[in-house]
Ligand binder design. Sequence first.
Ligand code: AMP
Length: 165
Amino acid sequence: MDERIVLNKSYMISKAVAQLLNQRKEKFLIPAEIVANVQENNSLEHAFLVLSKVKYAKIPVLDQDQHFKGLLSLAMITETMLGLTGIDPTRLGRIQVKDVMQTDVPTICPPYEMEEILHLLVDQTFLAVVDEEGVFTGILTRREVMKAVNYLAHDLEKEYTVEKK
Ligand code: AMP
């Protein structure tokens, strides 16, 4: 069989690129067990402490059955603290995460296409991965995908012959 693949611009993404990225796809996922999260019914006071402690800009929001519901950032919380007369931290105890979280976020459900991931990661630093029931299974970060792209940049020509058309 001819192993040679001529990269063809008419592919949505090149077959060779998709193949090499797909080989590392499993490594992209950071499993739910090690992803910091807050519950939708938590108070913003609690969420503020969690976000300050973990030092991530944005984290997933889940319900009590581990379904993915949205994302919460420190900026969303600090905006809530701003009242007409200045900063009022007492508001955080009275408002729940679900009242301020971002809900218009894309999620991905396996089996996902690398092409879809690459498109979505242009605008998001990470993507929430859910199963068919919407249960949160982990995140896929731009950082992990960039590592794979780096590998690809170094190794493409070890596995393929790339010819200029
Ligand atoms: P990184 O690729 O590590 O810079 O992560 C990008 C973004 O993904 C972070 O800013 C967080 O919003 C999110 N993230 C990464 N790892 C975790 C984690 N273990 N728990 C919660 N959020 C995370």
